[in-house]
Ligand binder design. Sequence first.
Ligand code: AMP
Length: 526
Amino acid sequence: MAGQKQELPVSGEPLAAVESPMTDATNKKKKKSKKNKHAEVQVPQEVVEELSSKEKKKKRKREEKEMEKEKEEKKKKAEPEASNGGESEQKVVVTGKGAEEAKYAALTSFAESKLPENVLDCCKTFQKPSPIQSHSWPFLLDGRDLIGIAKTGSGKTLAFGIPAIMHMLKKNKSGKGTRNPTCLVLSPTRELAVQISDVLSEAGEPCGLKSICVYGGSSKRPQIDAIRSGVDIVIGTPGRLRDLIESNVLRLSDVSFVVLDEADRMLDMGFEEPVRFILSKTNKVRQMVMFSATWPIDVHKLAQEFMDPNPVKIVIGSEDLAANHDVMQIVEVIDDRARDQRLIALLEKYHKSQKNRVLVFALYKIEAERLERFLQQRGWKAVSIHGNKAQSERTRSLSLFKEGSCPLLVATDVAARGLDIPDVEVVINYSFPLTTEDYVHRIGRTGRAGKKGVAHTFFTQQNKGLAGELVNVLREAGQVVPTDLTKFGTHVKKKESKLYGAHFKEIAADAPKATKITFADSDDEN
Ligand code: AMP
């Protein structure tokens, strides 16, 4: 404001109305001259006082307006960007060798990456790189190994996909004819594998790169034929990949770019052994990327074993798992046998239009099958997705749900993580999952891309061991904690992490390992 041009009083306007920011000295002078002028025209004291009180009011109003404007601007700056669901406001922490070097500075635009047009073709509808892309590309394009802690929805597929394409183009591996793959992406579930494959096929096409997706539960023949005809990128689940390697169909000796997606989930599902086997078959000189939603000790150990000793680690948001705060969580403590009727009542409430997407979670394949039948018998149009279904049926159910022609889907936890299903309005947990971590992932299927969602959960006597952890999740997200739930006790396993207990705690590498209990009917991938 200093040096700003002052407005002169217009004739007839009371002098007291002239007001400007100034130094103490000029202020005093001005006051003096004001006094003199008032004396000249002999304005009565009450009028002077009235005028100055009016002036004070005006000044106060002006100040209030300015404060309001300032507040508004601050608010605007804090507002999340629609293009990446507020991710830009999340904390980003980059650690590892060279993290502070200028050459690894985060990109602010696609143009800054100086990547060829055909490589960036798949990004043409996006405004700018998402935070995980803008931070990871400089490292990955420089050939560095990278650990990314980011969730699905953050744009992580292209975060590794674009550097993978550049890696292959540099190796001059594209083209026709028989060739072994150069890039391998491991996914814990079939659905996520298909989702990644869709993105990479589209991204690789303008560059002449071919991809194939391999997973269990579907015929091997077309997968074998595609591999034999020559592919650049293989995306797959551990079971089928191992099978194809062991039968000498798939050779990974040329694979020099490896991605392990949802590494925590992969190990949770008991895939550590096949993952190790598959990694050991890739080229010893390789670039490796690991994405995980959390960072437990087993994932840490896998990274230490297979990655460069100095990988860069990028954390978008938090390494701890927290429930999405855009989801209203309702937990209902209920008798086991009352759940069927209650589910119908909830559908009448949440799915009256039969047009909005509602996802019902069951724990076991057999339970999902029964629920689908039960709902259909009661006149609801429902489809399901679980491990007892052939892959073609799973894909069909998922696309009917995604495109909205059947917006009621019953699913086991295979659908809980990683899937980019738009606009799920309500998640109903008919059965509580085996871990609180899975609960957080399930409810995260709603409330995406800046929208609000509802998660309604049945909690029964059988789940009481998880009551304490669930209470913590609800409290952290500022949700109502039902008294019935606290009656089960709020105890969490010892050595708890700040959110959910021992399950998420990083323990010492030499600590005795917990035994993994595999439920005969639980819904694992292969
Ligand atoms: P992902 O985390 O890879 O599953 O991506 C989630 C969604 O984000 C997908 O629908 C992508 O098409 C979209 N996406 C990827 N990159 C960007 C970007 N830079 N800007 C906006 N959306 C993006």
